[in-house]
Design a protein around this ligand. Sequence first.
Ligand code: ATP
Length: 840
Amino acid sequence: MKFYTPANKILIFIIKFALIDIMEKNIKKVPQQTAEQSKILSKPRIFFGVLFIVTSIILAFSFISYLLNWKSDQSQAGTMLDKTVKSSNIFGKIGDWLGNLFIFESLGIAAFVVAFLFFVFGMMILKKNYFKPWKTFGHSLFLICWVPIFMGAITNGQGVLSGVYGFQIMDFLNSVIGTVGLWLILLVSISLYFILEFNLNPSNVKSKLNDLNDQTLGRVKAMMPNSSENFEADEELQNEQDLSIKSEDSTINKVPDFTPEIEIEPIVTPNKTSFEELPNINVTESTGSSIDLNPVSKPIDIVSPKTDHIDFKVEVAKTIDIVDESDKKSQELVDKHGLYDHKLDLANFQMPTIDLLRDYGNEEIAINREELEENKNKIVGLLKNFNVGIAEIKATVGPTVTLYEIVPEAGIRVASIKKLQDDIALNLSALGIRIIAPMPGKGTIGIEVPRKNPAMVSMRSVIASQKFQNTDMDLPVVFGKTISNEIFMADLTKMPHLLMAGATGQGKSVGINAILTSLLYKKHPSELKFVMVDPKKVELSLYSKIERHYLAKLPDGDDAIITDTHKVINTLNSLCVEMDQRYDLLKNAFCKNIKEYNKKFTERKLNPENGHRYLPYIVLVVDEFADLIMTAGKEVEIPIARLAQLARAVGIHLIVATQRPSVNVITGMIKANFPARAAFRVISSVDSRTILDSPGADQLIGKGDMLYFNGNEIMRLQCAFVDTPEVEKIAEFIGEQKGYASAFMLPEYSSEETTSTVGAFDPNEKDVLFEDAARIIVSTQQGSTSMLQRQLKLGYNRAGRIMDQLEASGIVGGFNGAKAREVQISDLNSLEQFLEELRK
Ligand SMILES: Nc1ncnc2c1ncn2[C@@H]1O[C@H](COP(=O)(O)OP(=O)(O)OP(=O)(O)O)[C@@H](O)[C@H]1O
C-alpha cells in the first residue's frame, strides 16, 4: 500500500503549515502589539487564505459531483486532453480527477475531511480563529483513519465510500483478526474516541441529560403559573397583552394599562426575587428586546396595571460597565493569544509513568479465617471474664490491621471496655492493639488488632488507583490505605500544613517520599516547587536531580537541597519575603487566594508588566525539625510559625517531620498552626500526646503503620511503601527531561550581619546599568534587588552591587530586613535631575 499518495502529501503539507502558524503565534505573544495591528492582514496572507478556502470549496463540490457520477466518469481515465470526451463532474475533468484521486484511490468519503481541513487552514491564515487548530487536526486525523476502514467494513469494498486505503486496511485486518475482531476494533476505537474526546461516560451523559431536563423544566415552570395569585395576575397579563396587540401603535409609556415585556439577558436572571415584592408588576421573558446595561441607558419605566400608574424606574449602576471594560480587554487578549499557558515553557514535559514504580505483587489481602475466629473468641471470652457482654461483633480486614467492631450489651459502660486495652493486648499477645471507644459516627467500639501476615501497600497500587488518577484536588497527597482497605488521600492545600513524627526506622522517610511522589505524579513543574531542608544530608539528596524542574532555592544558594542550618534560616526568611510579595500581588489583583489569582492571570486579566506572574505552589519540606530547633532555636521557629500562620492563602505549604516530638521541639506556637498531623510509631505515649494530643501512636506496629489526625478525628492508615530506587528512577526520569535554566529563585534575603556597610558613592565606579536600574526602581517605587535581577536579567551579585551603589548615591534607603528598600526619589523627573547632578 502506498503511503505517499498525493492526498497524504497534501495532508502532511497542511499539518506542517499549521505547525508553523501555531509556532508563529506563540512566538508573537508580544504584549505591546495592539489589537488593530494584529487584525491587519498582509497580502500574501490574504492570497493564501482565500486560495485555501476556494480550493476547499472546489474539492468539496468535486467530491459531491464525483460521488454522484463516478460510475460513468471512471471509464474516462486518461482522457484528460481529449476534447471529445465530456465529463459530468461539476468541475469537469479536473473535478473528476480530484474525486478519483481523493475518494476512489485514497480515502473514500473521508476525503471531505481533507476539503474541510483546507477550509480551516484558509481561515487560520486569515486569522479567523473559529477553530481550535490542534483539536480540529486531531479530530480530522482520527476521522481520516477511522471512517474509510469503517466504510470498507460496511460495504466490503464495494463502491467508492471506503476508498482504496479503507478497503486495503479493512481487508488486511479482516485476514489477521477476522470480522468480529475488526468490528470490535472499530467499535472500541470510536467509543474510546467519544469517551476521551468528549468526556462521555454514563454519569456525564446522565448529568448532562439531567441538566437539559432541569433547564427545560425550569423554562416550562417559568411559563407556568405557580400560585393562584400568579395565575390571576397572568390572566390579567394575558388580557392586557391582548389589549396591547389590538392597540398596535401605543407605546409603553403612553398606554397606562400595558404590562411591558422585558427580555432579561442571561446574566440578569428574569427574577421573581427582585420584583415579586412589588405588587402587580409582571416581568415576563420574551425574545427580541433587551435591557441596555450601558451607563447612558434610559431608565426603564415599568408600569403597574393595578396601582394607578406609579412609575417604577430601574437604573443600572455604572460600575458594571467598568468591570465589563476590563473584562472585554482580557477577553480580547484571550481571543487573540488564547488563555495563558503556564506549561508552555516545558510544553513537552512528560509526567512520570507508572512503570517507574515497583510492583511488589503481594498486595492481595488474604483472609485468614482461623486467625479471625481465634481473635474473635479471645476478645469475646476476655470481655466475658470482665463481665462485659457483647451483643454483636464484626471484623473488617485491612492491609495491616483487622478492626473488630463490637456492640456491647445494654447497660455496659464504654469506659469499662477502654480500661481493658492492656488486658486485651496481653490476651491476644499482640503489639499495636488500639481501642476506639466509641467509633466516631458508628455506635460501636472498635478494637484494632494487627494481622499476623500484613499485606504490603505499594505506591504503585495507590498511584494507579482511579481515586488518585481522577482526583481534582489541588495538591493531592496519597498516604496509603485505611484499615478498611480504602485508598486514603488528602489535599495539602486544605491541610494546609503537615506535622509528621515517628521514631527512627518506623517509616517516616518512606512517608515523606510517598507524599513527594504523589505530588510529582500530579503536578507539572510550572505548578509546584519544593524547598527541601535536610539536616541529615542523605534523606532528600535523591531529589537534587529535579532541581531545574521542581526545586526552589536562594539566588546565591549552591545546592537546592539545604543542609546547612545557617542557610535554612535565610531560606525560611526568604520564603517569608516571597509570602509577603505574593500577598501584595494578591492584594493588587483583588484576589483572596492563589487559585483565584492564577485563574485571573491565566485569563489574562493581570498584566505581567505590573509584576504579576503565574504563582506555583511552594511546598517546604523539613526532614529533621528537632535538629534545626536544637541548633537554631527561635531563629527557625519564628519564620516557620509565621509561614504556618499566613502562607496557606498564597500557596505556600509546610511539611515538617521530626523524630522527637517533644514539647521543646513542637512548641505550642508550631502545633497551633499545624492542624494536620501524621504519627508513625513513637517511643512513648507522652510523645504521642505531643503530636496527636492523644495516646495511640506508641501502640503502632511500625513499618508504615500510622495515625493521621486531620483536626477532627484520628484515622489509622498503612502508609504506601516507596523504596529509594523507585524514587531515584522517578527523579532520573524527570531530571533527564528538558528543565528550566535554573531552579526557581526565591527572593533574596540577607541577614543584618551579612550586609556590609555600604561605602561612599564613587561615580566613576558605578555600573553601566546604574542609571537604568535607578529608573526602574523609581518608576516602580520598589527597592528590590530581585526585581532588578528580573528586569535587567542580571545575576544576583551584580544586581546586589548595583543596589549598594543606589544606596550609596542616596536613591534608595538602607537594608530593610524582609521588606523592600525605601525609594528616596518619588518621580522620574526628579531622578533625571539627580542623575544629571551625579554626572557632573
Ligand atoms: N509503608 C511501609 N510499608 C512497609 N515497610 C515500610 C514502610 N515504611 C517503612 N517501612 C520499613 O521500615 C524501614 C524504615 O523506614 P524509614 O527509613 O522510612 O524509617 P525512618 O522513620 O525514616 O527512620 P529514620 O528516621 O532513621 O530515617 C524501611 O526500610 C522499610 O523496610
